[in-house]
Design a protein around this ligand. Structure first.
Ligand code: SF4
Ligand code: SF4
Length: 126
């Protein structure tokens, strides 16, 4: 099934390199389901309680664990305050999320599209 990601409004220009614009942006945390996968090291850092709340296991082989989605965004995104997009589990977020550096090509693409685009390549190792 093809999942169409609804965009937020595009954001012009590059963000601050220190990540200070990220909470007001959140575009790269908007994506199709089963986009952010977890490594074993991510599982260990996140711990059982957060894994149970925010992640799900794909039943088909090889059985990857992914962040759950809430519609067109990651379920870990705290949308309780309008126009603010903090990650509810920022300190223990998966490696996939750490790959998307502010100002990187995939960040700029996400800001231009209003959601994570196809330029980010997550390495899925067995
Ligand atoms: S798209 Fe870029 S600026 Fe926006 S939240 Fe992601 S890393 Fe931060
Ligand atoms: S875990 Fe946090 S940083 Fe990663 S996609 Fe979800 S909300 Fe964004």
């Amino acid at each position: 099934m093809i999942h169409v990601v609804t965009s937020l409004a595009p954001i012009e220009g590059a963000p601050a390199a220190d990540g200070s614009d990220c909470v007001a942006c959140g575009r790269c945390c908007h994506h199709a389901p089963r986009t952010v996968h977890l490594l074993e090291s991510d599982d260990a850092r996140m711990g059982k309680k957060l894994l149970a709340i925010y992640t799900e296991e794909d039943r088909s082989p090889p059985g990857w664990r992914f962040m759950k989605n809430a519609g067109n965004r990651c379920a870990g995104l705290d949308v309780s305050t309008p126009a603010r997009f903090p990650c509810a589990l920022y300190a223990v977020r998966p490696e996939d999320c750490r790959i998307v550096e502010p100002g990187s090509p995939c960040c700029l693409e996400a800001r231009r599209l209003g959601h994570l685009g196809s330029s980010v390549e997550f390495q899925r190792t067995a």
